[in-house]
Design a protein around this ligand. Sequence first.
Ligand code: 4FV
Length: 267
Amino acid sequence: MRIDILTLFPNMFSSPLRESILGRAVEKGLLQIQTINIRDFTLDKHQVVDDAPYGGGQGMVMKVEPIARAIESVKAQNPSARTIYLTPQGKPFHQDLARRLSTQSHLILLCGRYEGIDERVRELFIDEEISIGDYVLTGGELAAMVLVDAVSRFIPGVLGSDRSAEEDSFFNSLLEYPQYTRPVEFKGCRVPEVLLSGNHSAISLWRRREAIRQTSLRRPDLLAKASLTDEEKGLLEEVLEVNQPMIAPAYRPGRDCGMRMKDKNEF
Ligand code: 4FV
């Protein structure tokens, strides 16, 4: 996959795209990432990329011409590249969207700054608008990195031979089951016996039940859109009987093992 990132701060991408899994994916040629400085597409000696908003108001707006030239320079090489603008006004980013974008061969990511971009960029060049969350960043760069990371995990070979992004959280809209590794006991907290049993069908049943339990406790909204098997529906019934009124331990770091009773006005 090729990804061209249009930004006023290309250096922000140097280390995140050089480290660890993404860095290796670039080395292995599974990912070609190029940062393009929008300022290089200004024609004036002061390289102006922003201006005051027509109609008044606070802040500055990114000018249409440098962005247009930058996008056209990439589209000249590959007219079928898909242009995405990272913005709070975009559709919410999620795992299925990441999986869909991973099937594209060439993405252009536009990172906004200041109050945003001239609306004509949207009208003339943007194929899709994506938001990583309902909060305002100083720029679209971090959002672009989040998207590159989540999408890259679906590219075969990026996660390494034995791993595929298909097993992750949100696979089938369920959160992941609890993970444990050595030591078998820590501060009186012991690894669940079933995981030490070597009984793989019992382990996989425990993991499916725990994935459903964690999802029902932390993200019941996800359960609503999960397509559960009949067996999973049975597990959910069980879990719902047991759960009330317990909550997940993760909300109580450093307390004793296992579940605790919920204080009514906790949340
Ligand atoms: C954002 C988001 C985001 C808005 C103003 C950049 C900033 C500034 N992008 N998901 N949330 N962008 O906050 O994607 O131009």
